[in-house]
Design a protein around this ligand. Structure first.
Ligand code: ADP
Ligand code: MG
Length: 229
C-alpha cells in the first residue's frame, strides 16, 4: 500500500477534498470537533480525519490556535509523534488528515487494566521522553500531555497527539492552559512557563500509569492545586 506521505511528496501542492476520502466510523470526540476513520480513495491509505466546524471556530475564536496546531504538527517528524499529513476545508468545516492510531487512547488501556506493569509503563515513558526531547529541541511545548492525548498505533507504539495547545517559542509563555490534574505549579500560579511544564506531566503520567490515578487528583480545583505543593 502506498503511503499518503509518499503521495504528498510526489505532489507537494496536492489539494485534498472530501471526495478523496471514504469516511467511516467515529473514533473520538474532542473539545471542538470529532475524529473519524477514513480511507484515501486512490491509495487506500487509512487515516483519521479530524473535523472542526467553522462555526465553532468563530464562536470560540480558535482560528489562531488551529493555525498553530496545523503548522506545528505538520513540521514534526518523530516515530512517537502523530503525523499531520495535510488539511482542507469546505464551506462549513476544516479537516485535518492525521495518521491513524489503531489502538486509540492510552487512557482507554489504562482504564481497562486499572494500571500498567512496570515494563509497559517504562516503555511508554521512554517513548514519551524521547518525543518530548525532540519537541523541546525544536522549541515546541505541547502543554496538554495527558492519557487522552497519547494514542497507540497498531503495534502499541505511543504517539503524541492533539497539538491544540502547542506553541513554538523560545520565550517564556503566559497563557494559562492544559488540564487540571496535569498542571505544573508555575501554571497553577499563573506565572510564566516554558518546556518544563511538559516535563512535569512526565512525572504525573509515570505515577498514573503505575497506580491508575494521577497523584494530585482531588474533588475540586483548589484541592488539586493544594495537594500539589
Ligand atoms: P481535541 O483537540 O478536540 O481534544 P483530539 O485531537 O484530542 O481533539 O481528538 C479527540 C479524540 O479523538 C482523541 O482523544 C482520540 O480518542 C480520538 N483521535 C484523535 N486522533 C486520532 C487518531 N489519529 N487515531 C485514532 N483516534 C484519534
Ligand atoms: Mg484532545
Amino acid at each position: 500500500m502506498k503511503s499518503l506521505a509518499k503521495e504528498e511528496n510526489q505532489s507537494p501542492k496536492r489539494r485534498w477534498s472530501l471526495q478523496d476520502f471514504d469516511v467511516g466510523k467515529p473514533l473520538g470526540k474532542g473539545k471542538f470537533g470529532r475524529v473519524y476513520l477514513a480511507r484515501e480513495v486512490r491509495s487506500k491509505y487509512i487515516v483519521a480525519l479530524k473535523v472542526i466546524f467553522k462555526e465553532q471556530m468563530d464562536k470560540y475564536m480558535i482560528h489562531h490556535q488551529l493555525k498553530r496546531e496545523m503548522e506545528i504538527q505538520t513540521s514534526l517528524r518523530h516515530p512517537n509523534i502523530l503525523r499531520l499529513y495535510g488539511w482542507f476545508h469546505d464551506a462549513e468545516r476544516i479537516f485535518l488528515i492525521l495518521e491513524y492510531a489503531h489502538r486509540g487512547e492510552l487512557y482507554r488501556e489504562l482504564r481497562k487494566n486499572g494500571h500498567l506493569d512496570e515494563k509497559q509503563a517504562a516503555t511508554y515513558i521512554l517513548s514519551l521522553t524521547q518525543a518530548l526531547a525532540y519537541l523541546h529541541e525544536k522549541h515546541v511545548i505541547h502543554r496538554d500531555i495527558k492519557p487522552e492525548n497519547l494514542l497507540l498505533d497498531h503495534e502499541g507504539r505511543l504517539k503524541i497527539a492533539d497539538f491544540g495547545w502547542a506553541v513554538q517559542s523560545i520565550n517564556k509563555r503566559h497563557t494559562m492552559c492544559g488540564t487540571l490534574d496535569y498542571l505544573a505549579p508555575e501554571m497553577v500560579e499563573n506565572k510564566a512557563h516554558d518546556y518544563a511544564i511538559d516535563n512535569w506531566t512526565l512525572g504525573i503520567l509515570c505515577y498514573e500509569l503505575l497506580y491508575g490515578v494521577p497523584p494530585f487528583e482531588a474533588e475540586s480545583q483548589s484541592d488539586t492545586f493544594k495537594s500539589s505543593w
